[in-house]
Design a protein around this ligand. Structure first.
Ligand SMILES: O=C(CO)[C@@H](O)[C@@H](O)COP(=O)(O)O
Length: 223
């Protein structure tokens, strides 16, 4: 993929944030690593989703410095860059303020792994990361420290909201969609009474099946 393709992909992926109701106004962002280069592509800060174009996407280095683009990069660029610097297996990062996941983040409470959909996608609880102010790479440090100890591609940054990672930018977007889905379901379940976590052995088997068997075999060149 060349830089123009990545700009187009990152721009297009923001449509999923609005389609799945994960963002309000301009509060959320998607980025992708540029393969083989110490660069990332991210959304411009504070631009409405309907106005995003491939050209308005911003290219930054992995210290968060602007390299190419007509707009200021997302406020979370330094944190996305920190994740790419410290997690070489990650090629996509997403942040939203999706309401149910952010409600769990506001309480500083992990989402307990109580349903098969959570075991499938997250392989356990969705953990809580530390509170950190926006602007520096402190949020990135909290994401990396928390997710290194977990199989989950999602972390609820305390009193802020969810951040997700993935081997592709699309997979990080999918994790953000699934995170909000299970956050809503577990919130609803808890209104009905106490909820139990799945046994660890069942979580392991479900996670392995979903990650390795579920769906269609990949064709050559697919991700
Ligand atoms: O979380 C916050 C602000 O609380 C930001 O990530 C969010 O508003 C999105 O900012 P950007 O438009 O990406 O600069």
């Amino acid at each position: 993929m060349n830089l123009e393709d990545i700009r187009a992909e990152v721009c297009d992926l923001h449509r999923h944030l609005t389609r799945w109701g994960l963002v309000t106004w301009t509060a959320g962002n998607v980025s992708a690593r540029v393969p083989g280069k110490d660069l990332l592509v991210i959304k411009p800060s504070g631009v409405e989703y309907d106005a995003l174009t491939p050209k308005s996407m911003v290219v930054c280095d992995l210290d968060g410095n602007l390299v190419e683009g007509e707009h200021s990069p997302s406020s979370d660029t330094a944190s996305h860059a920190y994740v790419y610097r410290h997690m070489p297996e990650v090629n996509g990062v997403v942040h939203t303020h999706s309401p149910y996941a952010t409600a769990w983040a506001a309480r500083g409470e992990p989402i307990p792994c109580s349903i098969t959909a959570m075991a499938d996608e997250f392989g356990g609880d969705i953990p809580v990361g530390p509170f950190a102010l926006i602007g520096s790479d402190d949020i990135g440090r909290g994401i990396v420290e928390t997710l290194r100890q977990s199989r989950s591609p999602a972390v609820l940054m305390r009193q802020h909201g969810p951040f997700t990672i993935g081997p592709t930018a699309k997979s990080a977007v999918k994790a953000a969609v699934m995170c909000e889905d299970v956050a809503r379901t577990l919130h609803l379940a808890r209104q009905l009474g106490p909820i139990d976590r799945l046994p660890a052995t069942a979580v392991d088997r479900l996670f392995d099946r979903y990650q390795n068997v579920y769906g269609q075999p990949l064709m050559e060149g697919q991700q």
